[in-house]
Design a protein around this ligand. Structure first.
Ligand code: NAP
Length: 463
């Protein structure tokens, strides 16, 4: 039997419910906090207060690496989910059950059964602050979510066992989900796999679906990349293409199939926001576009990882003078990333009005493509689609570039665009769109699963 791992905030019932599930399934039970105390001969508050949280997490990581990989029920410490390496250990071949409770219930339980404080804050404030800090990590950890606020441990344990045996997706939703996928342009082999997973006689009720949402998106490389990552980290997930002209339809199907998450692409990055329960600060207030949706505990939460994909390869150019070509959705994320790196940014675009609007949003200069000569930038970032099509030319002429410049083309198909070829010929430092693709995919994987994949591993897996 797969390893069953309970995660969640203190006071949600991980140990009590975990023990009941273990008894019912005739499996041994391990509480990782107890194991840490046995292994070190010290109490957890002692390790925390004498050596700090970092040391405690290191000890916790070592313990997680030694857990049996199957036929066991494990209850983890409340903060274990924040450590990416711990998550990698815990997720291997496992089912992660996130237990949640409302703040009043947790407070009452911790008053009845006090535990050593984790901060200097009063109890309720401590709970609120830590739950908020860890929320994204709990969502990433959840294969399944069970609310223990208004229930007994025995009933919660029954719910967990029912989920383990049957999953949570209703038969009619699996059937209509299959009809939805048949209308998209999914390759026949991938459609066959989906059929096996959703309605096949040997289907595993715990396998979860996720995918890329777009129209069109059948060309997307994300399914091949994510499925390779699932195999690498031994995750019981399958990633596919959610292709439909209506994002409302995609969101409905994704929710009904209990999808873990979606990567959102053209043309839905703005429209999807209407269908979300929450949106993170970077995505809404600044960029106005979502490219990642995480479904957890009945909510759909939107994030933007495109801007991180632009930011990461440019961290050494903090404070540079930059020109951003284009003023569309990806340019908004790029403008956010460049200004976040304290760069002096000018947005140049085919339609100057669109550049002016975006520039106003981020406090940048603006103009037309011809204005590049007046600026003499250290960095040029191309956020137009020029370069994607075989007969495309570079957006700039040779005399608009010089060898002191760094040129970052966000277009990643083909990997070597006319702009990149031209910049290399002139002697500029170049960064290809593949770097952005790798970094934004790493961030997505982290939001979905709490695991930090090294960039080189992602690079090797890109088809
Ligand atoms: P978009 O919203 O359609 O915006 C395109 C921008 O490019 C607009 O400002 C548009 O100018 C300009 N533009 C379009 N065609 C042009 C042309 N022929 N000449 C000059 N300017 C032109 O597109 P987007 O969503 O921002 O995506 C832009 C590109 O980013 C995509 O094509 C894709 O290659 C790349 N991308 C890369 C990654 C990655 O991971 N590397 C991820 C996502 C996207 P107007 O305002 O005048 O229309």
């Amino acid at each position: 039997m797969k390893r069953i791992v309970f995660c969640g905030f203190r006071g949600t019932g991980k140990t009590e419910i975990g023990k009941l599930v273990a008894v019912e399934l005739h499996l041994p039970f391990i509480d990782t906090d107890t194991l840490i105390e046995q292994n070190t001969g010290r109490s957890i508050p002692d390790i925390f207060h004498e050596n700090g949280e970092e040391r405690f997490r290191a000890v916790e990581r070592e313990v997680m690496a030694t857990l049996p990989e199957k036929d066991v029920v494990v209850s983890t410490g409340g903060g274990a989910v924040i450590d990416p390496t711990t998550m990698e250990h815990l997720r291997k071949e496992s089912v992660l059950v996130l237990l949640v409770s409302d703040i009043d219930t947790i407070e009452q339980r911790l008053v009845r059964k006090p535990r050593p404080p984790l901060t200097n804050l009063p109890l309720r404030e401590e709970i609120a602050e830590l739950m908020d800090l860890r929320r994204q990590h709990y969502h990433a950890a959840a294969d399944f979510c069970v609310d223990t606020s208004e229930t007994t441990p025995a009933i919660a344990a029954e719910t967990v066992i029912r989920i383990l045996k049957q999953g949570v997706v209703k038969v009619n939703h699996r059937t209509s989900g299959m009809e939805f996928f048949r209308t998209g342009r999914i390759p026949p082999q991938a459609l066959h796999t989906l059929q096996e997973l959703l309605i096949g006689p040997d289907r595993d009720p715990l396998t979860r679906i996720m995918g890329v949402a777009g129209y069109p998106c059948a060309h997307s490389k994300s399914p091949a990349l994510f499925n390779a990552l699932f195999a690498r980290f031994r995750l019981n997930y399958h990633y596919t293409w959610f292709e439909d002209p209506e994002i409302s339809e995609i969101m409905m199907v994704a929710r009904s199939l209990d999808a873990k998450g979606l990567s959102v692409t053209i043309p839905f990055k703005q429209d999807v926001m209407k269908y979300l329960d929450e949106i993170d600060e970077h995505a809404t207030r600044q960029i106005g576009a979502v490219n990642t949706v995480v479904f957890a505990c009945g909510s759909a939460i939107g994030y933007n990882t495109d801007w991180l994909g632009v930011r990461k390869p440019l961290v050494t150019l903090k404070g540079a003078t930059a020109v951003l070509l284009g003023a569309g959705g990806v340019a908004a994320g790029a403008a956010y990333a460049l200004t976040d790196l304290d760069m002096k940014v000018t947005i140049l675009n085919r339609t100057p009005k669109n550049a002016e609007v975006l520039a106003g949003q981020f406090g940048c200069g603006w103009g037309t493509l011809e204005d590049i000569g007046k600026i003499k930038p250290d960095l040029v970032v191309n956020a137009t689609p020029l370069g994607m099509h075989p007969d495309d030319h570079s957006p700039l002429s040779d005399d608009q570039l010089n060898k002191e410049m760094t040129v970052f083309d966000l277009v990643y198909t083909p990997p070597e665009t006319p702009l990149i070829k031209q910049a290399r010929r002139i002697g500029c430092r170049t960064i290809t769109g593949t770097e952005m693709f790798i970094e934004q995919a790493r961030e997505q994987f982290y939001l979905f699963f709490g695991i930090d994949v090294p960039g080189e591993q992602v690079r090797e897996m890109i088809p």
